[in-house]
Design a protein around this ligand. Structure first.
Ligand code: PAF
Length: 158
């Protein structure tokens, strides 16, 4: 399993795989991997030549009252689980890599996100759609795997 922390090298690796005709499956996560993630990873592994997992605790989807700093970070355990599930590439970018100084570009799904839990968590879905949009641009997967646990999120993203 390759662990990659910056955008350019992962793009190069994926470009190479795709030009060799390989399919790419992608599971975006914020880490602290559990059985739900495991089942997504298994399906991703089964259905694609290249299985890519991202672990990024996205600061943009946390509100001021929500504890970004307290969100669990378990890189060692996550790596172990990813290896066991035969992930090919684990992408663990830094916040600076994803949102360089002066970052100003966002993706926002209108209307829908004003209802659902977007009402009580302003900016949350904007953070989610922005980071997933960015990750999709970086990984360019053939298939994206999203958990059903957060049905609102899945509805906004799809
Ligand atoms: O569901 C999550 O873990 C996150 O919201 C996601 C989709 C990885 C975006 O940060």
């Amino acid at each position: 399993m390759r662990v990659i922390r910056s955008v350019r090298p992962i793009q190069q690796l994926i470009k190479k795989a795709k030009s060799a005709g390989k399919t790419v499956g992608f599971v975006p996560t914020m880490g602290a991997l559990h059985d739900g993630h495991r089942s997504l990873l298994r399906r991703c592994r089964r259905e694609n030549d290249l299985a890519v997992l991202s672990v990024f605790v996205n600061p943009k989807q946390f509100g001021p009252e929500e504890d970004f700093a307290e969100y669990p970070r378990r890189e060692r355990a996550d790596k172990k689980l990813a290896k066991r599930e035969k992930v090919d590439i684990m992408f663990i970018p830094t916040a600076k890599e994803m949102y360089p100084e002066g970052y100003l570009t966002y993706i926002e799904v209108e209307r829908m996100t004003r209802v659902l839990c977007g009402r009580s968590r302003p900016g949350h879905f904007k953070g989610v759609t922005t980071v997933v949009g960015k990750l999709l641009n970086i990984i360019t997967p053939d298939v994206l795997y999203l958990g059903q646990k957060d049905a609102q999120q899945a509805a906004v993203l799809t």
